[in-house]
Design a protein around this ligand. Structure first.
Ligand code: NAD
Ligand code: IPM
Ligand code: MG
Length: 357
């Protein structure tokens, strides 16, 4: 097939893990006989430095003209002054809004080989297979913001329509899995959470009677995630809670460098990014874990291009590299692989799988 994919490397380790994503996309095209046109755009701090704008118009146009977008990461200390007029993260939020990608899918299914490496007891990590569905274009991220003399306000606003569409997406995904949905909120305190709770209840009861569901308060969920993570199947939650809980879930996988994400909406263009950030503490050293990015490329192949066999082969190649101990410094201290070595290990395994297919 023919597809156009926009790459937005961004800042910090973004270009380092993005280079491996590009390498694997080209390898998939070569080995499975597709024609991928790759184009690169500016976003985040790199875009601020070059143009003053964290999401230049040219980048929006490139993204909208493509079939899918891969993003590395944005942000870093250079642009983190709280008084700065523009910030890299604004570029990412605007891109999500422009593409209308309201559902952010963050799968958490730790590889058995990393159970030994995670800080939790291995028996707790057995059988974890969850899919977070994080609402991505509403809530306090997008509400009105203002500074007063001695105060600041971030408005958290959700409409019924916004909650309904992401609930339906999550419930449909649950139908293809274990048919269990956990909705996470703070309905004992927040008005928006009470609207979420009643809307989720109505949609699930009336449209998805075959999917079991529960409501869990977010503070308790932060604990349940660490004490009984294998209980959860699809976890549906609002934007800010989803951001926080998925970084916590990365501990179950063993590293921030292992969790991918897919952001989708009603439009044709999906956005794919690792859940981690620009990791300024390790940037520029060639040691970042590229697997979250490569797994995000697999999600891109599956969700935006419909290439299920290619997506599965790439996931299998990453899994086999992990089984064989090809791990970056976040996961092994003795003889860690570099970012490029880990990417090459996946590439070799993908070639072998493609030849065998
Ligand atoms: N999607 C994004 O672009 C995105 C996501 C999260 C944070 N950020 C931005 O990134 C900057 C840094 O944020 P932070 O430090 O809080 O979070 P971070 O995710 O960048 O890093 C947190 C910790 O995880 C480690 N880590 C992250 N990714 C890794 C990888 N691939 N391999 C190995 N280790 C990895 C880092 O070294 C660090 O110790 C901030 O400006 C933040 O706004 C961007
Ligand atoms: C960089 C930031 C705006 C972003 C978010 O909070 O959504 C990040 O933390 C993420 O998880 O993708
Ligand atoms: Mg985050």
């Amino acid at each position: 097939m023919k597809a156009t994919i926009t790459l937005l490397p961004g800042d910090g380790i973004g270009p380092e893990v993005g280079a491996e994503a590009e390498k694997l996309l080209l390898a998939v095209a070569r080995q499975f006989g597709h024609e991928f046109t790759l184009q690169t755009g500016l976003i985040g701090g790199a875009a601020i430095d070059a143009t003053g704008n964290p999401l230049p118009e040219e980048t929006i146009t490139l993204c909208k003209q493509s079939d899918a977008v891969f993003l590395g990461a944005v942000g870093g200390p250079k642009w983190s002054d709280p008084n700065a007029p523009v910030r890299p993260e604004q570029g990412l939020l605007k891109l999500r809004a422009e593409l209308g990608v309201f559902a952010n899918l963050r799968p958490v299914a730790p590889h058995p080989a990393t159970a030994e490496l995670a800080p939790l007891k291995p028996h707790l990590l057995h059988g974890i297979d969850m899919l977070f569905v994080r609402e991505l274009t509403g809530g306090s991220y997008f509400g009105a913001k203002r500074r007063e003399a001695d105060a600041a306000v971030d408005e958290c606003r959700y409409t019924v329509a916004e909650i309904e569409r992401v609930t339906r997406r999550a419930a449909q995904l649950a139908r293809g899995r274990r048919r269990k949905l956990t909705h996470v909120d703070k309905a004992n305190v927040l008005e928006t959470s009470r609207l979420w709770r009643s809307t989720v209840t109505r949609i699930m009861d009336s449209e998805y009677p075959d999917v079991a569901y529960e409501h869990v308060l977010v503070d308790a969920m932060a604990m349940h995630l660490l004490t009984r993570p294998s209980h959860f199947d699809v976890v549906l939650t609002e934007n800010l809670f989803g951001d926080i809980l998925t970084d916590e879930a990365a501990v179950l996988a063993g590293s921030m460098g292992l969790l991918p994400s897919a952001s989708v909406g009603e439009g044709k263009v999906g956005l794919y990014e690792p859940i981690h950030g620009s990791a300024p503490d390790i940037a520029g050293k060639g040691i970042a874990n590229p697997y979250a990015s490569l797994l995000s490329v697999a999600l891109l192949l599956r969700h935006s291009l419909g290439l299920e066999a290619e997506a599965a082969a790439l996931e299998q190649a990453v899994s086999s590299a992990i089984s064989d101990g090809v791990l970056t410094a976040d996961l092994r201290k003795d003889h860690p692989a570099s970012t490029a070595e880990a990417g090459n290990a996946v590439l070799q395994r993908l070639s072998a799988l493609a030849k065998a297919a």
